[in-house]
Design a protein around this ligand. Structure first.
Ligand code: MCA
Length: 501
């Protein structure tokens, strides 16, 4: 079943109900959203989109951008969203890897990207914006809506989400219609989501949190979404009185507290959900002291959607990410995949209907991360309490999570190592009061330390700025073990104060 069909069944009786309420702009009803998606689907099919072909999009957040996703879904396409911070250099990789039929980008970047898009085989390359005069929008407005919905099986792909990789090369997590539907249904159940809920949405829509966790659950209930362009604490606080649910990364919550969030402003709310990065006990307790709400922390990843959640009813324990979602199996295993006794730390492995279908074009890499019995090796280290609560205690992979974005050091080290005068580098995370972790580079010079400006211009030319180290340290050599592996734990310990105020 095409996921779009599942939404549409729910929307039939709610055609006049508000879907999106972007402050200061007209409300978009579910009927209007359905029609816009149908017109976009028709344009994509007219342009030659075949079911299973990719629709790659690096577009600013807007209701129209969500309609583009829904149009691709309705037409049977595989929607592949990209972080708007990615540079032309990064986007060129995704174009080559995904080989999309259609590519949508922001008007200002079309000239720089059109060549790479054509080379990748895209036959539809459009500058996309929510402005009425946008040529693609005018084309959509002049196209009759697609009557039906492209037939898809549960195992057919609905989306590819690129997640950085430990080797420095991004991997496309393939998500099927069935996996997305299963996760959305499980979330509606565990969080008690209902038609009368109003979601306050301030997340980007190019990641699973803002696009699938937040919007699919709203679509399944045909409930209202107050749709903010971006996260701004003051703006968000102004809308809490009309909402019941907020989903955010921990940085949202710490910034809201710093901004002066009050208990009164939260009186209409029923649920604050946090994920994409660890929520500290301190932040959770401070939020509860200020607002009376205990944040509900959950754990997810692009390869599996949401895996575990603290309970709606019952104790939400800071530092624990709660229980496996219905339909999700979690085991703590040793290196061979054998389950360990409860309480013992080990590799967090998961299995269930929400699991991805593997990495796009990387069957060997997929096989490396899947056990023969169907469990996926998350790369996280955790313990399972006697009552089944999961606690994440570390990461097997060399991963930095900054403001909810996953950052893998390898691709940053590759850029720094290529700067003339740099012999080698090691990139690590250091505690950061606002972002959770900040990116730190430790470098060894060929002869003398290289000017930071040279490092920054190399980074600017290649990597999204959220990945950039903001602290640079020079060492005579990097600490290595007997195998020659850089001892990053030692560096993390030495530079843990890099972002201390
Ligand atoms: C922005 N900057 C960052 C980050 N965001 N630097 C490091 N880490 C970040 N996360 C930098 C920009 O490059 C810019 O640098 C400067 O901060 C200001 O940019 P701006 O866009 O104004 O930043 P912001 O508004 O302060 O953004 C912070 C933010 C944002 C609101 C926390 O990062 C955000 O929306 N995070 C949510 C990410 C997300 O959706 N994660 C879900 C992944 P310069 O000035 O030098 O240019 S999905 C997932 O993880 C799984 C599946 C799950 O469980 O959900």
């Amino acid at each position: 079943m095409n996921l779009y069909e599942i939404f549409r069944e729910r929307w039939r009786a709610r055609a006049d109900a508000p879907a999106f309420a972007p402050p200061g702009r007209p409300v978009v009803t579910y009927g209007a959203l359905d029609e816009l998606a149908a017109r976009i689907a028709a344009v994509l099919i007219d342009a030659g989109l075949e079911p299973g072909e990719r629709v790659l999009a690096q577009v600013d957040k807007s209701v129209e951008a969500v309609a583009l996703y829904l149009g691709a879904l309705r037409a049977g396409g595989v929607f592949t969203p990209l972080n708007t911070a990615y540079t032309a250099n990064e986007v060129a990789f995704f174009l080559k890897d995904a080989r999309p039929r259609a590519f949508f980008c922001r008007p200002g970047t079309k000239d720089a990207l059109a060549g790479a898009a054509a080379q990748a085989g895209a036959s539809l390359v459009e500058a996309f914006s929510s402005e009425p005069e946008n040529a693609f929008r005018r084309r959509v407005a002049g196209t009759a809506p697609l009557g039906g919905v492209a037939a898809r099986d549960a195992s057919d792909l609905a989306s590819i989400l690129y997640t950085s990789g430990t080797t420095g090369r991004s991997k496309g997590a393939m998500l099927s219609h069935g996996a997305l539907a299963a996760n959305a249904r499980a979330l509606c159940e565990v969080w008690g989501l209902r038609e009368s809920d109003v979601l306050l949405h301030a997340l980007p829509v190019f990641h699973i949190h803002g696009l699938f966790v937040a919007l699919h659950t709203a679509f399944l209930n045909a409930s209202k979404v107050i749709f903010l362009d971006r996260f701004d604490p003051a703006e968000l606080r102004r809308h809490l009185g009309e909402a019941t649910i907020l989903m955010g990364v921990p940085t949202f919550y710490t910034r809201l507290l710093d901004d002066g969030l009050t208990r009164e402003e939260c009186a209409h709310m029923r649920l604050f959900i946090s994920g994409s990065a660890p929520l500290t006990e301190e932040a959770s307790n401070a939020f509860e002291a200020r607002t009376g709400f205990r944040i509900l922390e959950r754990y997810g990843m692009s390869e599996a959607g949401i895996i575990a959640s603290n309970p709606l009813e019952g104790e939400r324990i800071p530092g624990s990410v709660g229980y496996a979602l219905p339909g999700v199996e979690i085991r703590i295993a040793d290196d061979s995949g054998k389950a360990l006794p409860r309480g013992q730390a080990g590799s967090v492995e998961i299995r269930g209907a929400s699991l991805f279908s593997g990495y796009w074009g990387l069957p060997e890499k997929t096989a490396e991360e899947m056990r023969p019995d169907g469990f996926f090796i998350t790369g996280d280290v955790g313990t399972m309490a006697q009552d089944g609560r999961l606690r994440l205690v570390g990461r097997a992979k060399d991963l930095i999570i900054s403001g909810g974005y996953n950052i893998y050091p390898k691709e940053i080290e590759a850029v720094l190592d290529a700067v003339p005068g740099v012999r080698e580098s090691a990139v690590i995370g250091a505690p950061h009061a606002d972002l959770g972790e900040g990116v730190v580079a430790v470098l060894v010079a060929e002869r003398a330390p290289v000017d930071e400006a040279a490092l920054k211009s190399a980074l600017d030319a290649t990597l999204a700025r959220f990945k950039h180290p903001r602290r640079f340290y020079w060492e005579k050599e990097l600490p290595r073990n007997a195998m020659g592996k850089v001892q990053k734990a030692q560096l993390r310990e030495k530079y843990k104060g890099a972002y201390k105020a």
